[in-house]
Every structure is written in structure tokens, then in C-alpha cells.
Design a protein around this ligand. Structure first.
Ligand code: FMN
Length: 367
């Protein structure tokens, strides 16, 4: 059991969360149209639960190796854990061999807490994955995808989905073809990160292309890429051909992004430094329930607090102090001190303790 949020914060959460509408994509239902994108070393159970509490309608795990599952690697099997309180989680598998992927999918389906669906990673541009023929390398040979999908499809009852890039490069955009094959083979939906594989994280996500594919697609499309500002997300939600949107890096900076996307101009709802601290405290509790390894907890808290304070006053000095902190108690004390400083800053300067950031943030990842 985690400790409750303050009544004030819970009230803000409840007000905004009540505005979500649940959605159904094929055989998969979500509590809202904004989902957590898969991110390696981030979207394990603690972070997914935190985002569920803060308005995400569902989420996808980090990419997990089918071979790791089939060899029953202890670390890999732990990555498959889904907490009893979690709703609407997909487990994402990666691998180059459809038979090995099918076997891993079967094992995932047989877990005590199975996911709602199994997602295939066909977007990872990272060399270690692509050089073995997995991730976005699979998009280079669309003629093999029918067999790939059907081999997995036949092995499980759980819904099967896929996350892709728009294509290998600008000259070989093939998202429409991959979507067509996914539909023919009975997949439930396709998530599209609107960049090519060679682009990695450079440039901007191509929303014109995502929208065009979504408009013409015979199955639901989830759009993804660069959705960072609440106004932009709200606008997109109101006008998109996608059935859902997926947020990756945005909520790392701004854990209230899901909720803020449901704000209207009339609202007087504002998240305070104390609210951010409550989020971190809850994340800490989820981490402590998930792993006994103190180093993992400390690393996660450090990473998340540093992402969270980007754009707040004194963030760069605080960041150096975080990485120089000697142990967990001093790290936690430092965080409390920083958040108290922010509260004082807020009292002196009004609401603007958080600058909108533009520019690039975390240009790397497995999809
Ligand atoms: C640190 C990091 C790790 C990622 N890991 C994965 C992954 O495991 N599987 C995947 O399909 N995509 C992965 N991605 C890609 C994201 O799911 C998403 O497609 C991408 O970040 C673009 O969305 P965003 O601009 O909202 O972050 C990762 C991205 C980042 C930044």
C-alpha cells in the first residue's frame, strides 16, 4: 500500500481524470486516449503505476528480449513483472526470430499476472538490436512480416500489437505497407513513432505522415513523437485521426503532463513543488516494493528527479549536487531542501517556477 496523496493533490487529479474517456482499440481497452510509450530502463512496473495514478490510460513495458525470456534469465523475468494494481499494460518483446518470439509470447501469456496485450518492437534503431536483425531492422524486409506476425499470432490468445518507425529512411517510408500487413495478420493496433530509423531522434516527428497513415489505416493507429506540451496534446487529441496518442519523454520532465492535457483555459488548477515531491515519494514507494536493490532505487530517483527539475530555478546546480550525493539519505534530504526552496521561490514570484522548455531532451532510446 502506498501512502495517500494530500487531499488537495488528489482532488486535482480526480477533477482532471474524470474528463478522460475510455477507448477500445480492437480487443484492447484503455482508461483514456493518452498512453505511456515504452522506454527501456524506465517503463517497468513502478513507473507505469505512477503514471496510471497520474492519468495515463495504459502503458507498454520496456523492450524485453525474447531470448532472455526463453533462457529464463532472472533479470529478464523480473522485467516481466506486472503489479496486481496495474491495468492496461502491454509487454513489449524484441527479437529477430518469429519462432523464438512466439515461444516468449506464450510464456508471457502464461504468467501469473499476464499483460493485456503483447507488443512487438519494430522501431528500435540501436545498433546492438538492429545488428542482430531485430527492432527496426525488421522493417527493412516487409515481405517477411506476414510470417513473422502470423507465427506469433497463432501462438497466443492475447491481443498482439506492434510499434514501428515510419520506415528505414526517407526513401523507404513503408508504414502504410506494414500497417496493411499487420491488419491482414490480425493485429489489434499499430503504434507509430513518426521518425525513420536512420533519423534516430534527430529532427521532428512527422505528424503529417502519421495522420495520413491513420486516416487511411484499416486498423487503429496510435501516434507518437515529440508530444511535450499540454496545449499541443489537447489540440492533437481534438483533431487527430489516431485512436490514441503515446507520450514518452514528455512525462519524464513533467509527470503531470497526462493530467495537464485535460486542463481547459478556465481551470485554476496548478501543480505545486509540493505536488512534485509527492510524486517522487510515491515513485520511491513503488520502487521499494518492486526491488530490494538499493542501488537501483537510488539510480532511478536520481534520474527522475533530474529530468523533473529541468527548467526549474537552480536546476543545474541541483543536478550536480544530486550526482555528488554520498548516499540515499543525503540524496533525499537534498531533494526535500530543493523542493522547499522552490516553494519559497513560488511564494515570492508567483506561479512561474517551471519554464516551458524547448530544444532537445534525451535523444536516444530503443524505438
Ligand atoms: C530512454 C528511451 C528509451 C526508449 N525505449 C524504447 C523501448 O524500449 N521500446 C520502444 O518501442 N521505444 C522506445 N523508446 C521510444 C519511445 O517509445 C518513443 O517512441 C520516442 O521516445 C518518441 O516519443 P516521445 O517524443 O514522446 O519521447 C525509447 C525512448 C527513450 C527516450
Amino acid at each position: 500500500m502506498v501512502s495517500a496523496f494530500s487531499p488537495d493533490l488528489q482532488n486535482k487529479i480526480d477533477t482532471l481524470m474524470a474528463r478522460r474517456k475510455s477507448i477500445t482499440l480492437g480487443r484492447v481497452s484503455f482508461d483514456g486516449p493518452l498512453l505511456v510509450a515504452p522506454m527501456s530502463a524506465i517503463t517497468s512496473a513502478p513507473y507505469r503505476m505512477l503514471m496510471q495514478d497520474l492519468g495515463a490510460g495504459g502503458s507498454i513495458s520496456e523492450l524485453i528480449s525474447c531470448h532472455g525470456i526463453n533462457y529464463k534469465g532472472v533479470k529478464t523475468l523480473h522485467m516481466l513483472s506486472i503489479a496486481a494494481e496495474e491495468r492496461n499494460v502491454g509487454i513489449q518483446l524484441f527479437g529477430e526470430d518469429p519462432e523464438a518470439m512466439a515461444l516468449a509470447a506464450k510464456r508471457v501469456e502464461a504468467l501469473e499476472h499476464p499483460p493485456k496485450f503483447i507488443d512487438i518492437n519494430m522501431g528500435c534503431p540501436v545498433r546492438k538490436v538492429v545488428s542482430k536483425g531485430a527492432g527496426s531492422a525488421l522493417l527493412r524486409a516487409p515481405e517477411k512480416l506476414g510470417t513473422f506476425f502470423s507465427t506469433m499470432r497463432k501462438a497466443i490468445q492475447l491481443p498482439l500489437t506492434v510499434k514501428i518507425r515510419t520506415g528505414q529512411n526517407e526513401e523507404s517510408i513503408n508504414a502504410p505497407e506494414v500497417v496493411r500487413i499487420a491488419h491482414e495478420e490480425g493485429l489489434e493496433f499499430v503504434s507509430i513513432h513518426g521518425r525513420t530509423s536512420v533519423q534516430q531522434y534527430r529532427g521532428k516527428a512527422n505528424w503529417e505522415l502519421i495522420e495520413k497513415v491513420a486516416q487511411e489505416a484499416p486498423l487503429p493507429i496510435i501516434g507518437n513523437g515529440d508530444l511535450q506540451a499540454p496545449e499541443e496534446i489537447r489540440k492533437r487529441l481534438n483533431a487527430t485521426h489516431c485512436k490514441a496518442l503515446m507520450l514518452g519523454r514528455g512525462p519524464l520532465r513533467s509527470p503531470f503532463l497526462f493530467l495537464e492535457s485535460y486542463l481547459t483555459p478556465e481551470d485554476k488548477i496548478f501543480f505545486t513543488p509540493g505536488d512534485y515531491f509527492q510524486v517522487l515519494s510515491r515513485y520511491r514507494q513503488y520502487l521499494e516494493a518492486y526491488t530490494p536493490i538499493a542501488r537501483v532505487i537510488e539510480t532511478q530517483i536520481k534520474k527522475h528527479v533530474v529530468w523533473m527539475v529541468a527548467g526549474m530555478p537552480g536546476a543545474s546546480q541541483f543536478r550536480s549536487q544530486v550526482f555528488a550525493s554520498a548516499d540515499f539519505p543525503s540524496l533525499w534530504a537534498l531533494i526535500i531542501q530543493y523542493m522547499e526552496g522552490l516553494t519559497a521561490h513560488l511564494q515570492q514570484h508567483g506561479e512561474g517556477f517551471r519554464e516551458a522548455l524547448d530544444g532537445d531532451f534525451m535523444e536516444g532510446g530503443h524505438g
